[in-house]
Design a protein around this ligand. Sequence first.
Ligand code: SF4
Ligand code: SF4
Length: 305
Amino acid sequence: MEHQPLQGNIFNIQRYSLHDGPGIRTVVFMKGCPLRCRWCSNPESWLSAREMYYDAGKCIGTEACGFCLAACGRGAIADDPVSGKVKIDRGLCVQGCLDCAAVCPSRSLDVYGRLMTVEEVLKIAGEDSLFYQRSGGGLTLSGGEATAQIGFAEALLAGAKRRRIHTAIETCGYSPWNHFSRLLPSLSMIHYDLKSLNEQAHLQFTGVSPRLIKENLERLSRSFERSNIIVRTPVIPGFNDSAEAIAEIAEFVSSLGGIRHELLKYHRYGSVKYGLLGRSYELGQEELSEEKFAALTRVAAQYSF
Ligand code: SF4
Ligand code: SF4
């Protein structure tokens, strides 16, 4: 039997990133995540499978086209006489089918997720080696949660390390410890999200308890160079935007010794993608003011080394 190369499900590769680790970086966004953070800016990452989305703004209309109506054997796509475009019944849609996207000429119906081999990703990343060398940059695995595709993440990071590319991961921390221990030998840097230490709030806003995330961070602090770990806390209105919540997190990070802690200001950049996926953005219209964020940053700074 012919050997199939390992493939990962990637929904974006962003080159020339300046915000996901040191220097100029290539960021590989991997599908699949165990959390459902209400503010998530990458909801297309949640499912591990490839996923169809519909952008009505690009549809050229059923009168001119209508190919998708014929392609869908499930009756999930119907003519919308009001808009002249289509409407989708997600309840009838079969995950992973994607037949409609295959025939849509305008890419109004399209797919999040592409299966790629380690070599294919490294070839793209390798094109910017010169920029990495000049800037101290490299490759960052993001998502979604990269550890959700542990075999692929491990092979990709190991391949990058063999090519002497600086490697980083952005993780939600919610993964079995042995997933992290498999990646550590090939990692140069870890960006670790710690959103809240409040059990109830974390469960309500992300769908999971923070216990495993906290435990994994404690273990990482004993197993990995602490100066190469950055803990990040997104500050979310109504979730953790109080001095008490931020102080609790900052104090815990400080207790680990030598680990940097950063706050990230809430934004709504990904909210439009919820509509494309037929989901609703649950965080509403709440905003976080610059003044409040600055005040919380000062709270966190009291615990920094
Ligand atoms: S993905 Fe398949 S089942 Fe879903 S709407 Fe498209 S053609 Fe129909
Ligand atoms: S195939 Fe695409 S462009 Fe054509 S009607 Fe369907 S969604 Fe619109």
